[in-house]
Design a protein around this ligand. Structure first.
Ligand code: URA
Length: 425
């Protein structure tokens, strides 16, 4: 077997055989297939696609590149959630303790932000003392004692994906449905969760810009999960505008704590509850309504225990950026557009995100929104507050908002998109 013949097969729109797939994933993980060869293959897959049986074999080969975790010793059913990534998407933070409070165990292996979408681990690391890196034993201990754990995936889990995802990120080959589906599902199947709810984002701030592509991605992932014995469901959810009123690490932790305290923005609460109900149903756990667990403080209790178990000081003040700059509403009327991608890039440029994997992030940086699409605004009122430790970034960050804010004359009819657009099971 050689890399060039595998690349040629896909370049010429052929189907890769099981043997070709097994070989190329294994040889790439071992360093025998070079990055430039894998980049060419990834581009051929992006351009020419893959048949369902190829995607399934590719996913399986990535799972077999590393270890599989096993939660069968836990007394509770396990349920996890994975989002394809969005702006202001802090849902994992309130969701994991909420589902644990309702009786399912939540083993949540999360990632860091890259590009304009934020990462759960970066957000939680803004809590003083909190540790993302746990050994497998520590992960199981936290899960057993608190019902939920959010941590980084160990190096042994789907190492082929770790290498390939970093390569795709710098070769313009992220947005390929077979590659996204196999990347996400190899990690989730290797993680060993019994049930999985996928939050497939649709809109300007997401990988999938339209519903048809998002449906195809969701169907592909649900098929992969179901065939692997994981009870998998997908919700397609709106990412045309940011979720909630904050995009940035500590800012989003603060908003998540508001949700756990029974408040918080309506869209964040609605999506958290919708995903929690799906996670509990998929795990076969019935009885407690997640809305009650937000009201009665039990979700907050689980949050405090979960954060403390990973070294986080739940009572310490969250970091605040050194500088703030207010962007006023450009006109009076109805806010009819606040674009998720524009706000995500702005937050990223302020220092909330990173350009390269190894870059640090600023805990306090980001964008605070004072109105949501559909709200009435008055010219000059604060619309956004930009937070950063490095004010020399303001011009570059503000440039990202060009065309992303739209105010229409008073009285303009505006119907916001529903949060949940579709469900695929
Ligand atoms: N998240 C992943 O883990 N992989 C992708 O390819 C895209 C989003």
């Amino acid at each position: 077997m050689d890399a060039i013949s595998v690349i040629r097969t896909k370049r010429d729109s052929g189907e890769l055989s099981d043997a070709q797939i097994d070989w190329v994933i294994d040889a790439y993980t071992r360093g025998e297939v070079a990055d430039e060869q894998m980049s060419a293959l990834a581009m051929a897959i992006l351009l020419n696609g893959m048949k369902p049986h190829e995607i399934s074999r590719w996913t399986d080969a990535m799972i077999r590149s590393g270890v599989r975790m096993d939660f069968s010793s836990l007394p509770l059913p396990t349920s996890d959630k994975h989002s394809t990534g969005g702006v202001g998407d802090k849902i994992t933070l309130p969701l994991a303790p909420l589902v644990a409070a309702c009786g399912a165990a939540v083993p949540q292996l999360s990632g860091r932000g890259l590009g304009h979408t934020g990462g759960t681990l970066d957000k939680l690391e803004s809590i003083p003392g909190w540790r993302a890196l746990l050994s497998n034993e520590e992960m199981l201990d936290v899960l057993r004692s608190t019902g939920a754990v959010i941590c980084a995936a160990g190096d042994g889990l789907a190492p082929a994906d770790k290498k390939l995802y970093a390569l795709r990120d710098v070769t313009g080959t992220v947005e390929a449905i077979p590659l996204i589906a196999s990347s996400i599902m190899s990690k989730k199947i290797a993680e060993g969760t019994g049930a999985l709810v996928l939050d497939v984002k649709v809109g300007s701030g997401a990988f999938m810009k339209n519903l048809d592509n998002a449906r195809e991605l969701a169907r592909t992932m649900v098929g992969l999960g179901t065939n692997a014995g994981v009870n998998t469901v997908a919700l397609l959810t709106d990412m045309s505008t940011p979720l909630g009123l904050t995009a940035g690490n500590a800012l989003e932790v603060r908003e998540s704590i508001e949700v756990l305290a029974g408040g918080g923005p309506a869209d964040v609460v609605e999506l958290t509850l919708a995903l929690a109900r799906e996670m509990l149903a998929a795990a076969g756990v019935h009885g407690k309504d997640p809305a009650d667990a937000l009201r009665d403080g039990s979700a907050m209790d689980h949050w405090r225990r979960m954060i403390a178990a990973q070294g986080g000081d739940v009572d310490a003040p969250l970091p605040v950026a050194r500088e703030q700059h207010v962007i006023p509403a450009p006109a009076s009327g109805v806010l009819t557009g606040l674009d998720a991608y524009a706000v995500g890039v702005c937050a990223w440029r302020l220092g909330a995100g990173r350009a390269r994997k190894e870059d640090p992030v600023q805990a306090g940086a980001g964008v605070e929104m004072h109105a949501k699409p559909g709200d009435t605004v008055v010219a000059g009122q604060p619309l956004l507050t930009l937070h950063t430790d490095t004010p020399e970034r303001y011009d570059y960050a503000i440039e990202a908002l060009t065309g992303g804010i739209e105010v229409s004359p008073a009285g303009t009819a505006f119907t916001p998109n529903p949060i949940v657009l579709d469900r695929i099971a």
